[in-house]
Design a protein around this ligand. Structure first.
Ligand code: OXD
Length: 306
């Protein structure tokens, strides 16, 4: 069995060593133009040339959760495309989102500013019931985030394409229920896949439906958000702030207004990192299952886009 590794922006040596250790019977190679055909591929942002040459792959494993960039390429019809299925990302996403929600709700930034000015000021408590959180996208990561938020006793709404039932989460689904979901939420957490339907889904119209004093947490893709609409609603005061981990262009260009906006907190696409060892173990288990002719989780529906 041959496995090709083609991950742009990723140091290959530890991945190759890990894959070789886990699959001693396989030939695991760093892909180079003109390489012989492989059976499986491990990829992140591969060039089109990779798929133009590797037309007979059985399965392609992405080392991330989102596959929108991959699906823009011309792909071999022989292959299944497989995204990471949690692989240690869900707990990181839950940490990140709960941190952002609680930091906002408990006004930690306000206290940090007070303390930096030498002020010992206790502000009135805020009421959890006034901070319903809406989680858009209830896949593996979204479900974990929604459930983690319920443990802190926030009212939690969830919105997904098809109906999903989660303990303690008020479910909304489909385009018809999007407005009601937004109107029931004050903090909006985006965990949607990026598809033609969800591009620009956080815009002036949708974000205006959040409760006054709304807050946006984007941990999915920058292109879900219309940047100027967010800025306008922050500046008008309808939105109180935003925590953004993903951007239309990454790294965020130095002149972008998000850098210095006082109501925006940013991180450089670090909300849920790929954990190499866990990811290798998951991919190796799935390759073994595919070789046995078994079904595996995490296969992308290329027509749906995730
Ligand atoms: C992603 C990832 O898909 O970091 O964004 O895994």
């Amino acid at each position: 069995m041959k496995i090709a590794f083609c991950c742009t922006g990723t140091e290959p040596a530890p991945w190759l060593a890990g894959l070789r250790a886990a699959l001693p019977q396989a030939q695991v190679e760093l892909w180079q133009a003109g390489a012989s055909p492989a059976d499986y591929a491990v990829v992140w942002a591969p060039p089109q040339q990779f798929f133009d040459e590797q037309r007979q792959l059985k399965a392609v494993f992405a080392i991330g959760a989102g596959v929108d960039a991959l699906l823009k390429l011309r792909l071999p019809s022989s292959a299944s495309f497989v995204r990471l299925d949690d692989a240690g990302m869900a707990v990181q996403m839950a940490e990140y989102v709960c941190h952002a929600v609680i930091r906002h709700f408990r006004e930690f930034d306000v206290y940090a500013a007070d303390i930096s000015q030498g002020h010992w000021t206790v502000h009135p408590s805020q009421h959890r019931a006034d901070f319903p959180v809406g989680v858009m996208g209830l896949g593996v990561l979204g479900q974990r985030v929604a459930q983690a938020l319920t443990h802190f006793e926030f009212p939690v709404n969830g919105w997904s394409r098809t109906p999903k039932q989660l303990d303690g989460v008020r479910g909304f689904h489909g385009g018809d229920q999007l407005d009601a979901f937004l109107a029931a939420s004050r903090i909006l957490v985006n965990l949607l896949p990026l598809t033609a339907e969800t591009l620009g889904i956080m815009n002036r119209t949708t974000l205006s439906r959040l409760h006054p004093g709304g807050y946006v947490i984007n941990v999915a893709r920058g292109a879900h958000l219309v940047d100027d609409d967010l800025l306008a609603l922050l500046d008008s005061g309808h939105l109180a702030g935003a925590t953004l981990d993903v951007f239309r262009t990454e790294p965020l260009p130095p002149a972008h207004p998000f850098w210095h906006h006082p109501k925006i907190t940013m991180t450089p696409h670090t909300s849920a990192r790929t954990l190499r060892e866990t990811s290798i173990a998951q991919m190796v288990g799935k390759i073994a299952a595919l070789e046995r002719g078994e079904r595996i989780a995490g296969i992308v529906d290329t027509s749906r886009g995730y």
